[in-house]
Ligand binder design. Sequence first.
Ligand code: GLC
Length: 680
Amino acid sequence: MIKKYIFGQPLETGAVTQTIAACSQPLDLMQLSHTEEGVRLSCQMEPLDAVYGLGEQVRGINKRGFSYVSYATDDPFHTESRHALYSAHNFLILSRTSGDSFGIFIDDPGIVVFDVGETQMERLVIQAGKDCVIYTVEGNSLKDIVKQFRELVGRSYIAPKWAFGYQQSRWGYACAEDIRKVVQGYHGKNIPLDAVYMDIDYMEQFKDFTVDAEKFPDFADFVEEMRVQGIHLVPIIDAGVKIEEGYSVYEEGVQGDYFCKGEDETDFTGAVWPGRSHFPDVLNAGARAWFGGKYRVLIEQGIDGFWNDMNEPAIFYSEKNLKKVMDEIHSLKDQNLGLHEFYHMKGLVDGLSNSEEDYKSFYHNMDGVKIRHDRVHNLYGYHMTKAASEAFDQIAPDQRILLFSRSSYIGMHRYGGIWTGDNASWWSHLLLSIQQMPSLNMCGILYTGSDIGGFGGDATEDLLMRWLEFGIFTPLMRNHAAAGTREQEIYQFGHTEDFRNIIRIRYGLLPYLYSEFMKCALNNEMYFRPLAFDYPADTHAAQVEDQLMVGGSIMIAPVYRQNATGRYVYLPQDMLMVRMKSLEDRTCKVMEQGHHYVDIALNEVVIFVKKNHMLPVAVLDEDVKNISGVVAGRYEWIGFAEDAAEYVLYEDDGVSKKYTPQENWKKIVMTREELGMAVC
Ligand code: GLC
């Protein structure tokens, strides 16, 4: 049951797609009060109550013990002490040990603070603004609450099937030749690959929708050359548009009045990669249609995937602030700077980027209404991505185009996926990425993954290998790294055969992973779930923070610690452990419910199959190069049956939007003997 409460005069964010009438009774699931900042909700938490959700955030699956702020922020230091990352996902569930659990969604695009027992261990306090819509969701299980919420906010974005293949990225592939080398690196070692990303270096001086003709002569031909080799190219698009006379996107934006405005009604200027830039007012329908239409120039050259970046929006500095800071620093010249003066000066420079003051200094024209940016800050990335998606519906209505964003808000999940931004090559970030997945799924974001191997810092070979062993389960499986870090394409390391085996396991599992993804998207369910969601009565399961249910048939328990050769695994029921050294080299063992220590060598992938469940595994040719080598129907089955196991297999063409025909769905039942004969 969903109840809707309206406070003040909220803006329409578009997060919710269902129409429901506002509740006439006062909100009673939490205590409500009105503070100077706005609406405040609070309630008591019992010691073992858990809080799930909040999408892309720091810390564990159970969010208790910290506070989280929804304020999209370009901050690459995803440490435990941070309160905000790039997105704002204001949905959580309070899972109660006594009394009914409930979900709550705060539809407020400004700052929202979730104090989940940080100030007072036993209290959950949510502080929203004055103008917001709050939805409460009651249901008969955690899964049911999520499903109702997901129905409320609409179906998740579905990526083309090729985007479930393995993908390579790096900030620093500067020209066509660099990309050719990457493809040769993979093909030379017989490792499958479906896409290579084009980071900001492909553009002319970081100008959106341009391609540097010196680095990429005959771009369309190059896209075609890659396509013939089975490689999709995925260019980045940034939010900021370079100010430069003669640059058509800038000129059209000025003429059409499509950019955000400063207080004085002139186009707001902030700096990003290209230096001084304007920001398309994507909250305005006209500007959105204009900006979205710009993607066409790349689509017409054969591109069928994009990643939208810097759309919190990140602002290195505004002209106004820069001048103030420069003047102040200048006045300190030749002075003896002691503790306070020095740190003040340092703070001045650090404070230039993504400053609240700047976010308060520009405006949107939300279809006739002038709105100061900070009030709707969290909607920017969402609407940039919506702009692209709406344009794709015009340009190629029947085709799925890959699209994901860095910043998002609930609602954007209908238009694209996200990646989790600039993590680091740290073991703790591998764990963070495991823990973020179910929270993101709760909020509707299914097509997602982290930068495998870590973005900042140097990836070590063992970290990359373990990360890939988890990454083979994330819908977006992309290895990406920052400029200046150690090269982390997998052919750069010594144990190529092991890496190759891991990537081949991904392709082998794809019939299952894709089928599960599609079923979850079409049925508004979670693809990654904490154990507590599937085994609500099991108090041990509720404690597990580093294992996940993936789809309906399996559980995973990734290794995420340096030098570990195994780990403790909790089995909430009897399961079949399937150990894979390669796709073909598999061994199985039935294991009983309970705690186990499981050896997992650096080059092994282990999955746990639930009783009476099974999954298809593709049979691959030795030289499979990309997803086209995963042939429908060419499967073996892994399963664990007392008598028989069954599976609903979803298959489609992977490119069109025809999701519903009956022939896409097949129920398959196999007996214990049939399964035993097939594999174990
Ligand atoms: C941002 C993105 C990162 C990208 C870089 C350069 O930091 O998050 O993925 O590589 O910008 O474009």
